[in-house]
Design a protein around this ligand. Structure first.
Ligand code: PEP
Length: 247
């Protein structure tokens, strides 16, 4: 299946940062990507980034959404609003939201269901902490997160999984290719049991956590890795373009 390079800008970026989109467009013109490309900016930039990316292969995603379509939820953004602003996907259950806002698997599933209802692809994030890895709990933890965060109607068209070990996010540390492969293979098997082999085969499983230009080639070559969710290295178009070129 076609891999995906998705950039997560997190709480970074103002209007001036759209110049990075222009630079990325030039890179992609000079060297067309062998993968799908997406940027998930802060909600304030979704519409402007969608406009800046128009006519290019760059897709736009949100970083979070509320589980409801509308209502009295001051400060929140719904999946429908992101879709209206030009997003085609939304990240749900990023470990920073699970940690900062205490989001549970059940809440993440409700958000993913809201994304589906709004016609967005839900990028469902999961991953173990260092303590859990050291305790040998990684596979059990990610299986539990998948089982309880994944809507039952998930297909390759509306769902992407992002395996992001918490200890690898923003730290410069990465699991070995064998460790990544072990988790992705286990997730594929778990998906098969949850939504059937056909959907499991079509749902992309991204790796995320300190993906950089110098390790992208190795990580993207691992079996069952269908792309990358890239944080820090997606902020500069030159770095993100190098990662994309490694696909
Ligand atoms: C992320 O935020 O999803 C991420 C993987 O961050 P980084 O690439 O900076 O580790």
């Amino acid at each position: 299946m076609r891999q995906l390079a998705a950039g997560n800008w997190k709480m970074n970026g103002v209007t001036a940062s759209l110049s990075e989109v222009e630079v990325l467009k030039q890179h992609l013109k000079a060297r067309p990507a062998n993968c799908d490309v997406m940027i998930c900016p802060p909600a304030t930039l979704v519409m402007a980034l969608a406009e800046a990316a128009a006519g290019s292969p760059i897709q736009v995603g949100g970083q979070n959404c509320h589980a409801k379509a509308s209502g009295a939820h001051t400060g929140d953004v719904s999946a429908q609003m992101l879709a209206d602003a030009g997003a085609t996907a939304v990240i749900v259950g990023h470990s920073e939201r699970r940690a900062d806002h205490g989001e549970t698997n059940e809440q993440v599933r409700a958000k993913a269901e809201a994304a589906h209802a709004a016609g967005l692809t839900a990028i469902i994030c999961l991953g173990e902490t260092l303590k859990q890895r050291e305790a040998g709990e990684t596979l059990a933890v990610v299986h539990d997160q998948l089982q309880h965060s994944l809507p039952t109607d998930s297909t390759g068209a509306n769902t992407i999984i992002a395996y992001e070990p918490v200890w690898a996010i923003g730290t410069g540390l990465t699991p070995t290719p064998a460790q990544v492969g072990e988790v992705h293979q286990a997730l594929r098997g778990a998906l098969s049991a949850l939504v059937g082999p056909e959907a499991a085969h079509a749902i992309r499983i991204l790796y995320g956590g300190s993906v950089k230009p110098d390790n992208a080639d190795e990580l993207m070559g691992v079996g069952d890795v269908d792309g990358a969710l890239v944080g820090g290295a997606s902020l500069k178009a030159a770095d993100f373009a190098k990662i994309i070129a490694a696909f």
